[in-house]
Design a protein around this ligand. Structure first.
Ligand SMILES: NC(=O)c1ccc[n+]([C@@H]2O[C@H](COP(=O)([O-])OP(=O)(O)OC[C@H]3O[C@@H](n4cnc5c(N)ncnc54)[C@H](OP(=O)(O)O)[C@@H]3O)[C@@H](O)[C@H]2O)c1
Length: 241
């Protein structure tokens, strides 16, 4: 049975862990503190789950979900992730993560920066463009007409789709796969590369138009997510008065 390791087990990581267990995977969850602090989540997830350190979760996972604030990528256990498929959910928010010059200048995306840091691991961007509550509430079985597609992107056209195991029945992923060098442009924040820039880029041929549109959709969804974060913060601030 495939084991999914989790580095970060918060809103997104915890939700994907619940979906993974429901789909029959074993999971090893971790956070920035200690395995003991994940006792409630492990109890909820049941016998297919255990908690460990981040390095242990990386080592145990056949697939590893990295779902931490972007600024924490520098602490990822590079050696334990070597050669593995890393499912990266993170988004770069300078107001939360601090400023990274290469990202601010548009030279790299956060996924490209993480890929560079992780070396032989194969970074796949997924679950970064859906609100955690929707991830929990919208799963649909394969073939359901209401099933929501999620965009998934990696730079490894030969291996990514096969190895990521994206259709376990209850995880709401039915990806238009973007292979070959797409960790770049398509996942830049909306403010850096809007949909027209993505769709209108040079070299978009007819057969790749749908892929370009999927990229544009991912960009728009990222913008929507940023708006949701702002609305949530403002709501909390207003209610806290
Ligand atoms: N929330 C959403 O709807 C949503 C949607 C799409 C994408 N995202 C992105 O996904 C990522 C995770 O978001 P989230 O909302 O799930 O965050 P979250 O609820 O704050 O959870 C973050 C998790 O990362 C862990 N963590 C932090 N630093 C770590 C480190 N150095 N090593 C290991 N674990 C570490 C935290 O552990 P501790 O609790 O011990 O600190 C926690 O388990 C972010 O980049 C976010 O922008 C979020």
């Amino acid at each position: 049975m495939t084991t999914v390791g989790f580095i970060g087990s918060g809103l997104i990581g915890g939700t994907v862990a619940r979906l993974a267990v429901a789909a029959g995977y074993d999971v090893v969850v971790s956070n920035s503190r200690s395995p003991e602090t994940l006792a409630d989540l492990v109890a909820e997830l049941g016998p297919k789950a255990r908690a460990a350190t981040a390095a242990e979760a990386a080592g145990a996972g056949d697939l590893v979900v990295v779902s931490v604030p972007f600024h924490a990528h520098a602490q990822l256990p590079v050696a334990q992730l070597a050669g593995k498929v890393v499912l990266d959910t993170n988004n770069y928010y300078p107001e939360r993560d601090g400023n990274f010059a290469e990202l601010d200048e548009g030279k790299l995306t956060s996924a490209e920066l993480e890929q560079r840091q992780l070396g032989t691991a194969r970074v796949v961007k997924v679950f970064n463009n859906i609100f955690h509550a929707h991830l929990a509430s919208l799963p649909r079985p394969s073939g359901d007409p209401e099933r929501s597609p999620l965009t998934i992107a990696g730079d490894d056209p030969n291996n990514t789709r096969r190895e990521v195991v994206v259709d376990p029945g209850s995880i709401v992923v039915d990806p238009p796969f973007l292979g070959g060098g797409v960790l770049g442009g398509g996942f830049r924040p909306f403010v850096q590369a809007g949909p027209s820039q993505v769709v209108g880029r040079e070299g978009v041929e007819d057969e790749s138009l749908l892929e370009a549109l999927d990229e544009a959709l991912a960009v728009a969804q990222g913008a929507l997510q940023q708006l949701e974060v702002v609305v949530t913060s403002v709501r909390a601030a207003v209610r806290g008065r």
